[in-house]
Design a protein around this ligand. Structure first.
Ligand SMILES: [Zn+2]
Ligand SMILES: [Zn+2]
Length: 281
């Protein structure tokens, strides 16, 4: 099994890249991809660690995009991204995410959590050059300062919560995200489409898929903890003979983050890995 969707401390995950690789070894995985949000900070470290652990590794990124009213995540995979192209192309996304995190923080302050400050968020990411601040950073402060559980804090700040803020004009369109990933030397995969189907409708998903295919989408993440067995079947029958790569991953962030997330339990087999490698040539 190859888990192709993992987050580290370089975005909103709890584990450093080396810990991810150590756990992957422990659990008998053959390889992984690191897919932090909107940046490539941890990739070099993860690649070195993968070599140390004798595991297969592919570079990844998860780009925040906006299609009409839908928040869309686009995964990118590459043997080696052009870091400069990727970073430049995501500069506006990082700035927009920072403004969004500040807005979320203000809403939390108004909701009675007045003791949290944006400087505390910034301090958390002081080791990163041009970091991307996320709603999770604000939620982390709520857990630290007010003793809320991760779940309680997240329920305030994620989509639908009283302190949530939708993606803004700053977000790339899915087509622009695909173009950027291609320009950086990668292939583009629609992440966890089940969230679109769940939060909106199956038609919204198929419309989005059409738009993204017209923009050169390379694959769809089919195996994901949010996806029920029946959704996986539905996706597979829809994508059968589509020529799109079917990928998967656990979207692991850390313990206690979501209900059923389980590191290394979702991914692709050898065949799926080989198909990805072929596309990356
Ligand atoms: Zn995502
Ligand atoms: Zn993710």
């Amino acid at each position: 099994m190859y888990d192709l969707h993992l987050h580290s401390t370089y975005s909103d995950g709890d584990w450093q890249p080396d810990k991810l690789l150590a756990e992957a070894t422990e659990r008998g995985l053959a390889g992984i991809a690191l897919t932090d949000h909107n940046g490539s900070w941890g990739l070099a470290e993860a690649a070195l660690s993968a070599a140390d652990h004798n595991l297969a590794f592919v570079e990844g990124v998860e780009v925040s995009a906006l299609h009409e009213h839908l928040d869309v995540h686009v995964l990118g995979y590459a043997r080696s991204f052009d870091r400069q192209v990727l970073s430049d192309g995501l500069a506006t996304t990082r700035q927009g995410s920072e403004a969004r995190a500040q807005e979320i923080l203000k809403l939390c302050q108004r909701a009675g959590y007045g003791d949290i400050r944006f400087e505390q968020v910034v301090a958390k990411r002081s080791a990163q050059e041009a970091p991307c601040y996320l709603s999770y950073d604000v939620a982390t402060l709520l857990t630290e300062v007010y003793g809320l559980s991760v779940r309680e804090a997240r329920s305030l700040t994620v989509t639908g919560g009283p302190c949530s803020v939708p993606y803004g004009e700053w977000a790339l369109s899915p087509g622009a995200a695909i173009d950027l990933i291609h320009a950086s030397g990668g292939v583009a995969v629609l992440a966890h489409p089940g969230t679109v189907a769940r939060d909106h409708s199956w038609e919204d998903f198929t419309d989005l898929l059409k738009v993204m295919r017209a923009s050169g989408l390379d694959g769809v993440e089919v195996y994901h903890p949010f996806h029920s067995a029946s959704l996986v079947r539905q996706l597979k029958s829809l994508l059968n003979h589509s020529g799109l790569l079917l990928t998967g991953g656990s979207d692991w962030h850390g313990y206690g983050r979501y209900d059923d997330f389980d590191f290394g339990r979702f991914g692709v087999d050898d065949k799926g890995w080989q198909q990805l490698q072929k596309l990356l040539q």
